[in-house]
Design a protein around this ligand. Structure first.
Ligand code: TYD
Length: 205
Protein backbone atom coordinates (compact mmCIF):
# COMPACT_ATOMS: atom_id res chain seq x y z
CA UNK A 1 0.00 0.00 0.00
CA UNK A 2 1.17 3.44 -0.82
CA UNK A 3 -0.89 5.66 1.48
CA UNK A 4 -0.57 5.80 5.26
CA UNK A 5 -3.41 4.70 7.50
CA UNK A 6 -3.90 7.04 10.45
CA UNK A 7 -6.47 6.57 13.21
CA UNK A 8 -7.69 8.91 15.93
CA UNK A 9 -8.83 7.33 19.18
CA UNK A 10 -10.05 8.42 22.58
CA UNK A 11 -12.92 8.31 25.06
CA UNK A 12 -16.28 9.92 24.27
CA UNK A 13 -15.95 13.69 24.26
CA UNK A 14 -12.15 13.71 23.95
CA UNK A 15 -12.37 16.04 20.94
CA UNK A 16 -11.49 13.53 18.22
CA UNK A 17 -14.09 14.78 15.78
CA UNK A 18 -12.99 18.40 16.05
CA UNK A 19 -9.38 17.36 15.52
CA UNK A 20 -10.27 15.20 12.57
CA UNK A 21 -12.05 18.15 10.92
CA UNK A 22 -9.15 20.53 11.58
CA UNK A 23 -6.68 18.03 10.17
CA UNK A 24 -8.82 17.55 7.09
CA UNK A 25 -8.78 21.31 6.42
CA UNK A 26 -5.03 21.48 6.99
CA UNK A 27 -4.21 18.61 4.62
CA UNK A 28 -6.62 19.95 2.01
CA UNK A 29 -4.88 23.32 2.01
CA UNK A 30 -1.57 21.47 1.62
CA UNK A 31 -3.14 19.50 -1.24
CA UNK A 32 -2.26 16.18 0.33
CA UNK A 33 -4.50 13.50 -1.22
CA UNK A 34 -6.44 11.89 1.61
CA UNK A 35 -9.68 10.28 2.70
CA UNK A 36 -11.33 11.14 5.99
CA UNK A 37 -13.83 8.76 7.51
CA UNK A 38 -15.28 7.63 10.82
CA UNK A 39 -16.51 4.59 12.71
CA UNK A 40 -19.01 3.19 13.19
CA UNK A 41 -20.15 4.36 9.75
CA UNK A 42 -18.39 5.77 6.74
CA UNK A 43 -20.32 3.85 4.06
CA UNK A 44 -24.04 3.54 3.39
CA UNK A 45 -24.21 0.03 4.85
CA UNK A 46 -21.97 0.92 7.81
CA UNK A 47 -24.14 3.95 8.60
CA UNK A 48 -27.19 1.64 8.71
CA UNK A 49 -25.35 -0.60 11.17
CA UNK A 50 -24.36 2.49 13.20
CA UNK A 51 -28.04 3.38 13.62
CA UNK A 52 -28.79 -0.05 15.08
CA UNK A 53 -25.84 0.14 17.48
CA UNK A 54 -26.56 3.64 18.77
CA UNK A 55 -30.36 3.37 18.84
CA UNK A 56 -31.52 4.21 22.38
CA UNK A 57 -34.27 1.61 22.09
CA UNK A 58 -31.70 -1.19 21.79
CA UNK A 59 -30.68 -1.02 25.43
CA UNK A 60 -30.83 -4.80 25.88
CA UNK A 61 -28.36 -5.45 23.08
CA UNK A 62 -26.10 -8.40 23.86
CA UNK A 63 -22.45 -7.34 24.20
CA UNK A 64 -21.32 -9.92 21.67
CA UNK A 65 -23.95 -8.68 19.22
CA UNK A 66 -22.62 -5.17 19.74
CA UNK A 67 -19.02 -6.28 19.16
CA UNK A 68 -19.99 -8.13 16.00
CA UNK A 69 -21.95 -5.15 14.66
CA UNK A 70 -18.93 -2.89 15.13
CA UNK A 71 -16.82 -5.46 13.33
CA UNK A 72 -19.40 -5.77 10.53
CA UNK A 73 -19.52 -2.01 10.06
CA UNK A 74 -15.70 -2.00 9.98
CA UNK A 75 -15.49 -4.83 7.43
CA UNK A 76 -17.64 -2.86 5.01
CA UNK A 77 -15.70 0.38 5.51
CA UNK A 78 -12.30 -1.27 5.11
CA UNK A 79 -13.32 -3.22 2.02
CA UNK A 80 -15.32 -0.53 0.31
CA UNK A 81 -13.30 2.59 1.13
CA UNK A 82 -10.12 2.32 3.17
CA UNK A 83 -8.16 -0.34 1.28
CA UNK A 84 -9.05 1.01 -2.20
CA UNK A 85 -8.01 4.52 -1.07
CA UNK A 86 -4.68 3.33 0.33
CA UNK A 87 -4.00 1.43 -2.89
CA UNK A 88 -4.63 4.63 -4.86
CA UNK A 89 -2.00 6.36 -2.76
CA UNK A 90 -4.34 8.40 -0.58
CA UNK A 91 -3.62 8.75 3.12
CA UNK A 92 -6.62 7.64 5.16
CA UNK A 93 -7.59 9.24 8.47
CA UNK A 94 -10.22 7.33 10.44
CA UNK A 95 -12.03 8.60 13.55
CA UNK A 96 -11.99 5.34 15.62
CA UNK A 97 -10.95 1.85 14.51
CA UNK A 98 -10.18 -1.56 16.06
CA UNK A 99 -8.62 0.00 19.18
CA UNK A 100 -12.10 1.38 20.00
CA UNK A 101 -13.46 -2.17 20.11
CA UNK A 102 -10.56 -3.35 22.25
CA UNK A 103 -10.96 -0.41 24.64
CA UNK A 104 -14.81 -0.34 24.86
CA UNK A 105 -15.89 -3.95 24.33
CA UNK A 106 -12.67 -5.48 25.70
CA UNK A 107 -11.44 -3.37 28.62
CA UNK A 108 -14.83 -1.67 29.15
CA UNK A 109 -17.29 -4.58 28.84
CA UNK A 110 -14.85 -7.30 29.77
CA UNK A 111 -15.10 -9.37 26.58
CA UNK A 112 -12.02 -11.42 25.69
CA UNK A 113 -9.36 -9.29 24.02
CA UNK A 114 -8.04 -12.30 22.12
CA UNK A 115 -11.47 -13.11 20.69
CA UNK A 116 -12.08 -9.48 19.77
CA UNK A 117 -8.71 -9.34 18.03
CA UNK A 118 -9.59 -12.46 16.06
CA UNK A 119 -12.98 -11.28 14.79
CA UNK A 120 -11.49 -7.92 13.93
CA UNK A 121 -8.56 -9.46 12.11
CA UNK A 122 -11.15 -11.25 10.00
CA UNK A 123 -13.31 -8.13 9.58
CA UNK A 124 -10.46 -5.85 8.57
CA UNK A 125 -8.43 -8.41 6.66
CA UNK A 126 -5.53 -7.74 9.00
CA UNK A 127 -5.28 -4.04 8.13
CA UNK A 128 -3.46 -2.15 10.91
CA UNK A 129 -2.96 1.60 11.30
CA UNK A 130 0.50 3.06 10.69
CA UNK A 131 -0.09 5.78 13.26
CA UNK A 132 -2.70 6.10 16.02
CA UNK A 133 -3.31 9.35 17.89
CA UNK A 134 -4.78 8.77 21.33
CA UNK A 135 -6.52 11.84 22.75
CA UNK A 136 -6.28 11.13 26.44
CA UNK A 137 -8.51 12.79 29.03
CA UNK A 138 -9.99 11.83 32.40
CA UNK A 139 -13.68 10.96 31.72
CA UNK A 140 -14.63 12.81 34.92
CA UNK A 141 -13.50 16.02 33.29
CA UNK A 142 -15.37 15.29 30.07
CA UNK A 143 -18.60 14.59 31.88
CA UNK A 144 -18.41 17.85 33.76
CA UNK A 145 -17.92 19.71 30.47
CA UNK A 146 -20.77 17.95 28.68
CA UNK A 147 -23.30 17.73 31.48
CA UNK A 148 -26.22 19.44 29.76
CA UNK A 149 -25.91 17.99 26.30
CA UNK A 150 -28.07 15.15 25.11
CA UNK A 151 -26.26 11.86 25.50
CA UNK A 152 -26.75 8.77 23.38
CA UNK A 153 -27.10 5.24 24.73
CA UNK A 154 -23.37 4.69 25.17
CA UNK A 155 -22.63 8.04 26.71
CA UNK A 156 -25.13 7.28 29.47
CA UNK A 157 -22.93 4.45 30.73
CA UNK A 158 -21.56 4.97 34.18
CA UNK A 159 -18.38 6.93 34.68
CA UNK A 160 -16.57 3.77 35.82
CA UNK A 161 -17.10 2.26 32.40
CA UNK A 162 -15.37 5.19 30.77
CA UNK A 163 -12.54 4.97 33.30
CA UNK A 164 -12.01 1.37 32.22
CA UNK A 165 -12.04 2.42 28.58
CA UNK A 166 -9.44 5.07 29.27
CA UNK A 167 -7.25 2.59 31.13
CA UNK A 168 -7.66 0.18 28.19
CA UNK A 169 -6.49 2.76 25.69
CA UNK A 170 -3.45 3.59 27.80
CA UNK A 171 -2.63 -0.13 28.04
CA UNK A 172 -2.93 -0.55 24.27
CA UNK A 173 -0.61 2.42 23.81
CA UNK A 174 1.87 1.02 26.32
CA UNK A 175 1.96 -2.29 24.44
CA UNK A 176 2.55 -0.65 21.04
CA UNK A 177 4.47 2.56 21.69
CA UNK A 178 5.81 2.70 18.13
CA UNK A 179 2.29 3.02 16.69
CA UNK A 180 0.60 5.20 19.34
CA UNK A 181 1.11 8.88 19.91
CA UNK A 182 -0.59 9.96 23.15
CA UNK A 183 -1.85 13.53 23.23
CA UNK A 184 -3.13 15.32 26.33
CA UNK A 185 -6.71 16.24 25.40
CA UNK A 186 -6.86 18.80 28.22
CA UNK A 187 -4.82 21.17 26.04
CA UNK A 188 -6.53 23.77 23.86
CA UNK A 189 -7.95 22.76 20.48
CA UNK A 190 -5.15 24.70 18.74
CA UNK A 191 -2.40 23.09 20.82
CA UNK A 192 -3.70 19.60 20.09
CA UNK A 193 -3.96 20.38 16.40
CA UNK A 194 -0.39 21.70 16.32
CA UNK A 195 0.89 18.55 18.05
CA UNK A 196 -0.89 16.27 15.59
CA UNK A 197 0.34 18.25 12.57
CA UNK A 198 3.93 18.39 13.82
CA UNK A 199 3.97 14.62 14.24
CA UNK A 200 2.33 13.93 10.87
CA UNK A 201 4.68 16.25 9.00
CA UNK A 202 7.46 13.83 9.89
CA UNK A 203 5.45 10.77 8.87
CA UNK A 204 3.87 12.06 5.66
CA UNK A 205 6.34 14.45 4.12
P1 TYD B 1 -20.05 8.51 18.28
O1 TYD B 1 -21.32 9.28 18.39
O2 TYD B 1 -19.40 8.38 16.97
O3 TYD B 1 -19.05 9.03 19.38
P2 TYD B 1 -17.64 9.70 19.25
O4 TYD B 1 -17.88 11.04 18.63
O5 TYD B 1 -17.16 9.77 20.67
O6 TYD B 1 -16.78 8.80 18.38
O7 TYD B 1 -20.40 7.09 18.89
C1 TYD B 1 -19.54 6.08 18.82
C2 TYD B 1 -19.67 5.31 20.11
O8 TYD B 1 -19.40 3.95 19.82
C3 TYD B 1 -18.66 5.75 21.15
O9 TYD B 1 -19.27 5.76 22.42
C4 TYD B 1 -17.64 4.64 21.13
C5 TYD B 1 -18.41 3.46 20.69
N1 TYD B 1 -17.63 2.43 19.97
C6 TYD B 1 -17.43 1.19 20.56
O10 TYD B 1 -17.88 0.94 21.69
N2 TYD B 1 -16.72 0.24 19.88
C7 TYD B 1 -16.21 0.46 18.63
O11 TYD B 1 -15.59 -0.42 18.04
C8 TYD B 1 -16.44 1.75 18.03
C9 TYD B 1 -15.91 2.05 16.66
C10 TYD B 1 -17.15 2.70 18.73
Amino acid sequence: MVGKFITIEGCDGSGKTTQSQLLEKYLRVKQVPCLFTREPGGTEISEQIRKIILNKENENMNWRTEALLYAASRAQLVGEKIVPALHKGLHVVCDRYIDSTLAYQGYGRGLSLEELKRINYFAAGGLKPDVTFLLDIDPEETFQRKARQEKDRLEKEKIEFHQKVRYGYLELARLEPERFKIIKATQSIEEIHREIVAFLEEVLF
